[in-house]
Design a protein around this ligand. Sequence first.
Ligand code: ATP
Ligand code: MG
Length: 342
Amino acid sequence: MSPLNRFTSIKMKLGALVVAAVCITVLFTWAGVKVGVWPSVSGAVSGLIAIVMVRVLARGLTKPLREMASAADAMARGDYERRVTATSRDEIGALARAFNKMAAELAETDRVRRDLVANVSHELRTPITALQAGLENLVDGVEPPDPQTLRTMLTQVERLGRLVTQLLDLSRLESGTVPLDRQDFAVRPLLEHAVREAQLHAPSVTMVVDVDSPDLAADGDPERVHQVVANLLENAVRYTPTAGRVDVIARRTRDGVRIEVCDEGPGIPEAEVDRVFERFYRADQARASGNGGAGLGLAIAQWIVELHGGRIHPERRQPHGCRMVVTLPRARRPFVTEPVHA
Ligand SMILES: Nc1ncnc2c1ncn2[C@@H]1O[C@H](COP(=O)(O)OP(=O)(O)OP(=O)(O)O)[C@@H](O)[C@H]1O
Ligand SMILES: [Mg+2]
C-alpha cells in the first residue's frame, strides 16, 4: 500500500508530495555540504533524488486513473469484466469505486441484452421454422393447400404477430415513449368487457365478475389496465381445467382498488413467484406442456401496473389455483367516465 493512501484527499496528497520533495532536497543539500560536496552539485543530486521519489509516489497516485482508462477502452470493445483498484480513500478512490459499480451494472445490462436477443431469436425461430416447413410442403406438393394446412400456418403467423406486438409494447413501456392517458374510470364495465373478450376464446370456462359497488372507480389509463386484465385472464383460462371457473373480483381498499383474477389451475409454485414476472420466463410446468406463449404477458402487466404506481402479485388459492392481485390508485373524483374500448 502506498504511503500516500492514508490521506483522504488529492489536495492533501499533493501537499504531502511537495513537502516531501522540499524536505528531501534541503536534507540532501545540507548533508552534501556537510561532507564537503559543492552546494551546486549536492543541490542538483538532491533535486534529482526528490524528482525520482515524487515520480514513484505519483505513479501510485495516478495508477487507478491509468487502470480506468484502459478498462474504459476494454469496455468500448465489449469487455465488461475489467475492474480497477479502488483501495485509496481520496477522490480517485471514490471515482474508482463508482467506475467499478458502473462496470458491474453495464455487465448486467449486457447480460440481459444478450439473453433478450437469444430469447427473441428462439421465440421467432420456432414459428418461422414451422411456417417454412409448411410452405415447402405446399410448394413441393407433399401436402395439398387444404383449409387445415392453411389454418395451421395462419396460427404460426398469428403467433409471430403477437410476439412482435408484445415486444414492441414492452420496449415502448420500458422506454416510456407511450405516456399513460390517465383518467378516472369505472372498473366494472372495464372488467366486463375484458371478460366478454376472453370468453370468446374459452366458451367452456365459466367467468364471473364481482365488483363490490357499481360506481367503483380507479385512476389509470383504461386501455392499459384492460391490457393487464386481458393478460391475466388469458393465463387464468390457459391453466383452468375445461369447464372450470374464473372469478374476476374488484374491491375498494383503504388506498386504492384491488382487482383479483382467480383460477382453478395448478397455481404458481412458491419458488417461481418472483420469476414469473421476468421476460420470457415460463414455469417448468408451462414449458413442459408446450402450452402457452412466450412468457411476456406478466412482464408487460407488471410494467403497466408499476407505471400506475400500483402492485401486482400472485397468491395461492386453496385447495389449488392462482389468485393474481393487482392494486391500482383510487379515482381522484367521485364521478367517472366509462372506459372507451377500441
Ligand atoms: N394463472 C396461472 N396459473 C399458473 N401459472 C401461471 C399463471 N399465470 C402465469 N403462470 C406462469 O407464469 C409464466 C409467465 O406468465 P406470462 O403470462 O408472462 O407468460 P405466458 O402466459 O407463458 O406467455 P404470454 O403471456 O407471453 O403469452 C407462465 O408461463 C406460467 O408458468
Ligand atoms: Mg400470459
